[in-house]
Design a protein around this ligand. Structure first.
Ligand SMILES: [Zn+2]
Length: 313
């Protein structure tokens, strides 16, 4: 990374021009139109319900609603569902300020990955703004757990994510990814990884009013022992998608992160509990303007089948 790039990274960014897409929601099957617009410095990532007079919902953990199979925001009774894929794309690309206009209550699932949102952002272009960024930099470790699910944060000079899953399914099993998160690594390693679901869960999910918009075109469907609609895009597409979801939920911190986040069999509910606790415990982090010196390039993605040790981090 050149010094010039490092300096550029310390300034806020927005997009250059408006771009739009449309599709149906995974859970509601409701059709929506999404339009991304440039926003002034210090705006953050803000959704606007254009069907409700432009009602604004900030992409911030204080607005998280119930969380189960997707992350939903709620503000003054106005709901917005399945925010994680678009937020993952925006956060990983280092976009600080953007308006996301939407005319319905759920983001479109598109192909089940973040790639269509990355392509939208490419069409919009990035613009550096005059205001400096404020990073949230972890200075202490913290973990939250729920049974054998856990998620932890550890001091690191860069934004890193490790994600581990363990499903007793012959096409999934134990998978792990670890990467420094930036626009290049996100595009290369995670953006195309799709939502997945187990056929055996579908009746229950439908009975709960979920996955009404799910099709073989927007999710990987796993039967008892196989993938119904292969081929997969990576053998470990499943854990890559979980890492994508995690990054989308970390966007709710509202600031770029300088920390290593390790998620072990976690999901949206634990992710959002974790972000709530992180922001509540201000002794765990500092806010800093200084860009960190880039770390020497490590392998960006290496499957490891043991939980990473953090004693030396
Ligand atoms: Zn997802």
């Amino acid at each position: 990374m050149s010094l010039q790039t490092a300096a550029e990274n310390s300034f806020q960014q927005t997009i250059v021009k408006a771009v739009e897409t449309h599709g149906i929601g995974l859970h509601t099957a409701v059709k929506s139109h999404v339009r991304l617009l440039p926003a002034p410095p210090d705006t953050g990532i803000v959704f606007r319900r254009t069907d409700l007079d432009g009602f604004e919902i900030e992409a911030h953990i204080r607005n998280v609603a119930r969380v189960s199979y997707a992350t939903s925001l709620m503000k003054q009774g106005v709901l917005l569902s399945t925010t994680e894929h678009i937020l993952a794309a925006i956060y990983a690309c280092g976009i600080d300020n953007i308006y996301i206009e939407i005319d319905a209550l759920e983001l479109p699932i598109l192909d089940g990955s973040a790639q269509p949102y990355i392509e939208m952002l490419d069409g919009a272009g990035l613009r550096r703004q005059k205001r400096r960024r404020t990073y949230l930099k972890a200075v202490k470790s913290m973990e939250v757990s729920d049974g054998d699910r856990r998620i932890g944060i550890y001091p690191s000079s860069e934004f890193r994510v490790t994600c581990f899953v363990d499903y007793s399914h012959p096409k999934v099993g134990r998978q792990e990814v670890e990467l420094a998160v930036n626009s290049a690594t996100f595009r290369r390693e995670l953006a195309v990884a799709r939502t997945f679901g187990f056929l055996s869960d579908f009746d229950g999910l439908r009975a709960m009013g979920l996955i009404r918009g799910g099709t073989l075109e927007n999710a990987i469907v796993l039967t008892a022992d196989d993938v119904m609609n292969g081929p997969v895009r990576f053998p470990d597409e499943f854990v890559r998608h979980k890492a994508l979801d995690l990054i989308g939920d970390l966007a709710l911190i509202g600031k770029p992160l300088r920390a290593h986040v390790v998620a072990h069999k976690a999901g949206h509910s634990l992710h959002t509990q974790f972000v709530t606790r992180l922001l509540a415990e201000s002794s765990l982090w500092v806010e800093t303007h200084a860009p960190e010196a880039p770390q020497p390039a490590k392998s960006t993605l290496r499957p490891r089948f043991s939980h990473p040790a953090h004693a030396t981090d």
